[in-house]
Design a protein around this ligand. Structure first.
Ligand SMILES: *[C@@H]1O[C@H](CO)[C@@H](O)[C@H](O)[C@H]1NC(C)=O
Ligand SMILES: *[C@@H]1O[C@H](CO)[C@@H](O)[C@H](O)[C@H]1NC(C)=O
Ligand SMILES: *[C@@H]1O[C@H](CO)[C@@H](O)[C@H](O)[C@H]1NC(C)=O
Length: 519
């Protein structure tokens, strides 16, 4: 009996010691971003690890091994930003970037100032790695030194510069468009010019505005940290990026930047609520799913826009499920079903759903492709223009301008996407190749998180690019030397030769003329 308990104890301790203890910080108050981190957290727990998740969405039914630190202060500071999202469509790309940075300052500080988070920082816990959402919050990466553990970035959006900076992932401006611009990898000369200009603008804004402000936050909230802010933010062991080549286009990444796009899709199909299922089932001509995501609330729209949308939807043969946050929608047509919440992936999985009207966020786009549904994009901010430009250029979507959207145009787009089979055919092809991966995205993500933990931060993966400053990285010094040598060769050398020859010729003439005289 004693040996039995001993063995049991040994087994338990073995089982325990093989699991790591992680900290995950999800600093944005967006539900969709949270869903990505939450999927990874659940995956890590299932793989035998324990995790503490700092977020604004504590679990309703706690899972063993998954501890919440709720930070409601972030919602408070971010509330205004979410309400203002619709307005971003009226602004220029350059202004939007500044707005995002300012929102970043608010949520970075909002998390630090949350009393639960402060208590958590003071607790003497130890972690094997820190998984930090990368969302305009570089000061938070100081958690790695605070807890003396390697840093893992979780990029819930696309590859913005402050994210590629973390691991020195290359982003050649000639074929990698900035994710806030509506370009694809085949850019015209004019587009390339705009891309380079926008990247330059972003770099200057980062180096002289965003990062110095983040550095101040870092120093204020991590007074005990010794590492240089600029060095530590470029010292991540791994970045998991919510992208996949099958959904976008081929681009280079450093070996510790791993594409895990769609890891929040678990591939399981949950039955739909009966009312919704019946509504879709009984649609004679199929149904359309319409949702602008969790952050853009349709109730904040001007009533005239809502009426235009209803005019378009009311005239359709198809039924429409519209995520709309008010119970009462005047003039709601018979074929429209409204609700403030829908089980999105399960709806997209229904065979009678013909198309998805979306803001074009990365998560919605990925889910739509996964379930092979073409999209009508009404992009509003951030990478939505980029995603929808990609959908349109590849033939699985139609992008509309929300600013000028009217009933006729909206209806035409829906009729086109439901009547022309090419859209569905294209997206079926993309869905097929996207699902054709060696491991599922979540398995891949878990493997890499474990890998860098096992190798204490996997320093061997860290690119030497991280130690170079910009002129070394772009070989500006080398180019300068080449330039100087070329100038010497092309200008100074010919002039010297010319002068030398002239001298020689003159001398020759002189000797000749003296010879002539002698004769
Ligand atoms: C943390 O550790 C320090 C010293 O190691 C100790 O003084 C402090 O009381 C500990 N705090 C908690 C909350 O355990
Ligand atoms: C970089 O991270 C490693 C752990 O992954 C740490 O040992 C090292 O001190 C860090 N260096 C800087 C400059 O942040
Ligand atoms: C909807 O249709 C499917 C397939 O025909 C059926 O299995 C399901 O029970 C139907 N659901 C409802 C609520 O009518």
């Amino acid at each position: 009996m004693r040996t039995f308990t001993l063995i049991l104890g040994l087994l338990c301790s073995l089982g325990y010691s093989s699991g790591y203890n992680y900290l995950m910080v999800l600093n944005s108050a967006g539900r969709s971003h949270f869903n990505v981190g939450h999927a990874l957290a659940k995956g890590l727990v299932k793989a035998g690890h324990t995790i503490t998740v700092v977020s604004v969405f504590p679990q309703k039914k706690p899972i063993p091994g998954y501890t919440d630190v709720s930070v409601p202060n972030v919602i408070e500071v971010m509330g205004g930003d979410i309400g203002a999202l619709w307005a971003s469509i009226q602004k220029t790309y350059t202004q939007n970037l500044i707005d995002h940075y300012q929102m970043g300052f608010r949520i970075t500080r909002g998390l630090f100032e949350d009393s639960n988070f402060q208590d958590f920082l003071k607790s003497n816990q130890s972690f094997d790695a820190i998984i930090c959402e990368t969302f305009y919050n570089d000061a938070h990466y100081g958690l790695a030194e605070h807890f003396n553990a390697p840093l893992i970035g979780l990029a819930t959006g696309g590859g913005l510069t402050f994210i590629t900076d973390m691991v020195g992932s290359p982003a050649p401006a000639s074929f990698v468009p900035h994710i806030m611009l509506p370009f694809n990898d085949h850019m015209s000369l004019y587009e390339r010019l705009l891309n380079v200009a926008f990247l330059g603008y972003e770099r200057v804004l980062l180096d002289y505005y965003f990062l110095p402000t983040q550095e101040k936050l870092y120093k204020e909230f991590f007074p005990g940290n010794k590492r240089c802010f600029y060095k530590m933010r470029r010292n991540a062991s791994l970045v998991l990026i919510n992208q996949h080549v099958s959904l976008s286009f081929p681009r280079p990444h450093s070996p510790n930047m791993i594409e895990v796009g769609g890891m929040h899709i678990d591939g399981k199909w949950n039955p739909l609520p009966e009312k919704i299922e019946r509504f879709i089932n009984e649609s004679e001509h199929g149904a359309i799913y319409f949702s602008m995501g969790s952050n853009l609330k349709t109730k904040d729209l001007p009533p005239s826009k809502v009426q235009e949308i209803l005019k378009a939807l009311g005239g359709l043969k198809q039924r429409v499920l519209w995520k709309f946050e008010l119970d009462n929608l005047p003039n709601k047509p018979e074929n429209v079903y409204i609700s403030d919440w829908f089980p999105q992936t399960d709806i997209l999985a229904h065979p009678k759903i013909m198309a998805f009207v979306t803001h074009g966020g990365m998560l919605s786009t990925t889910e739509s492709i996964y379930h092979a549904k073409p999209v009508i994009g009404l992009p509003i901010f951030s990478d939505q223009f980029f995603n929808m430009a990609h959908a349109e250029q590849n033939g699985y979507g139609i992008m509309l301008d929300f600013k000028t959207l009217n009933a006729v145009e909206f209806r035409k787009a829906i009729e086109r996407i439901t009547s022309e089979p090419s859209y569905t055919k294209v997206v079926q092809g993309i869905s097929f190749r996207y699902r054709d991966q060696q491991q599922t995205p979540i398995e891949n993500a878990i493997y890499w998180v474990e890998h860098v933990t096992r190798h204490q931060g996997a320093a061997y993966l860290k690119s030497a690019a991280q130690r170079l400053n910009w002129w070394q990285y772009h070989n500006v010094d080398v180019l300068l030397i080449i330039f100087v040598v070329m100038v010497l060769l092309l200008i100074v050398l010919p002039i010297t030769i010319y002068k030398l020859l002239k001298k020689l010729l003159l001398k020759g003439e002189r000797t000749q003329s003296t010879k002539v005289k002698r004769n």
